[in-house]
Design a protein around this ligand. Structure first.
Ligand SMILES: Cc1ncc(COP(=O)(O)O)c(C=O)c1O
Length: 375
């Protein structure tokens, strides 16, 4: 069986170091807001060249807290991509916003031109989702945001370490929101998330919001006095997860190199097949969180690979406006055709740092056989 994703091999490789880290952390007796968290926040911010950052409980919380910090008014609109993960949309709605969906381009990323036509007087935010490991066209999106006085929140859940014109994912918008869900580029052994920002006031606000709204400002007389300055949440990254992430953060560039290497191996092996393969856009560094192939008969390919004990996933099988939870909220459903077409045929192949090349050989060999008779 070739699993779509697996932690077994990673854990086997790093078991001693990870268990040692966890043991030391537990012996210290701090479960929350200790040295591990402080070190992780400092190193994450430094690594990606941002000014400030806080760790939170998940990528969903990173988006929710960033959005909440903007104090959206009823009816305020937030534009994002129709093919995003559900949490991008739930965060918008839970923060009091109204999601507006833009269609995507051939590269599966939000089409900047389509954003323009969605802007109204109520639009406040754009959330470009750097899906599958590649960043959106940020120059164009920044231009639109500037012209219309909109805030950009980057959804970087799938793009840690990716670059656009030499800038890291999450450092261009007001906020960059990351996920440490185990399958991600930097995966915790549980949930976790992060918010990067270069704006001091925003940093102070999101720091309060992640912990019940308690004041943490150094100069404030209520600092750490269990005094809520505003209504907030409980979204903490615990010391155990922080200790594992500290260990793995040092290796994350290596993880990305391995992913890029394996993606290139796939690309070479599949290039003559009747499949749409992922492409690295000009001026971008793709980190291949996912390796996508597209064929109108993607569903059939998935079934056949499953029979051969090769696991693949459709990420995502339904665009947001096609789901019951959101179909009534989304008003502009007619202009989302590319998202609909892509959702039907998209398929993600196994790709993670420990995947063996001989496993890729097996996947590609079978894909060749399967696609030979598909038109
Ligand atoms: C694009 C995108 N946004 C947001 C999230 C939410 O992250 P988390 O699962 O850590 O809450 C995910 C993860 O599934 C994601 O892929």
């Amino acid at each position: 069986m070739i699993k779509f994703w697996s932690y077994d091999k990673e854990f086997k490789k790093y078991k001693n170091s990870i268990l040692k880290k966890v043991h030391i952390t537990l012996k210290k007796g701090n479960i929350f807001f200790g040295d591990q968290l402080k070190t992780f926040e400092k190193n994450f911010v430094k690594k990606y060249g941002s000014k400030y950052g806080i760790a939170v409980g998940s990528g969903t919380d990173a988006l929710l807290i960033s959005l909440k910090s903007l104090n959206l008014k009823p009816g305020d609109e937030v534009i994002t991509a129709a093919n995003t993960a559900i949490p991008t949309i739930s965060a918008i709605i839970n923060a009091g916003g109204v999601p507006k969906l833009a269609d995507i381009g051939e590269d599966y990323l939000i089409d900047a031109e389509k954003i323009k036509s969605l802007i109204t007087k109520k639009t406040k935010v754009i959330i470009p989702v750097h899906l599958y490991g590649q960043m959106c066209e940020m120059d164009k999106i920044q231009k639109i945001a500037k012209k219309n006085n909109l805030t950009i929140i980057e959804d970087c859940a799938q793009s840690q370490g990716a670059k656009y014109k030499n800038k890291f994912s999450g450092t261009i918008g007001r906020f960059g929101c990351f996920s440490f869900y185990p399958t991600k580029i930097l995966g915790a052994y549980g949930d976790g998330g992060f918010i990067l920002t270069n704006d001091k006031n925003s940093y102070e606000k999101i720091k309060r919001l992640r912990f019940y709204g308690i004041e943490t400002l150094r100069k404030n007389k209520f600092k750490n006095k269990y005094y809520a300055n505003e209504n907030g949440y409980n979204s903490r990254l615990d010391e155990i997860q922080a200790s594992i992430l500290n260990f793995k953060l040092k290796k994350v560039d290596n993880f990305i190199n391995k992913r890029r290497n394996l993606a290139n191996y796939y690309l070479k092996s599949l290039k003559s097949l009747n499949l749409k393969l992922p492409e690295e856009n000009l001026n971008c560094k793709h980190v291949y969180h996912l390796f996508t192939i597209y064929h109108p008969k993607g569903e059939l390919i998935k079934k056949r690979l499953k029979n051969l004990k090769i696991e693949t996933r459709k990420i995502y099988p339904y665009p947001i406006h096609k789901m019951k939870a959101y179909s009534r909220i989304i008003k502009n459903k007619n202009n989302l055709k590319i998202s609909e077409i892509k959702a039907k045929g998209i398929l993600c192949l196994p790709l993670y740092p420990e995947l063996a090349k001989k496993e890729i050989d097996k996947i590609c060999y079978n894909l060749k056989k399967i696609t030979k008779y598909l038109n």
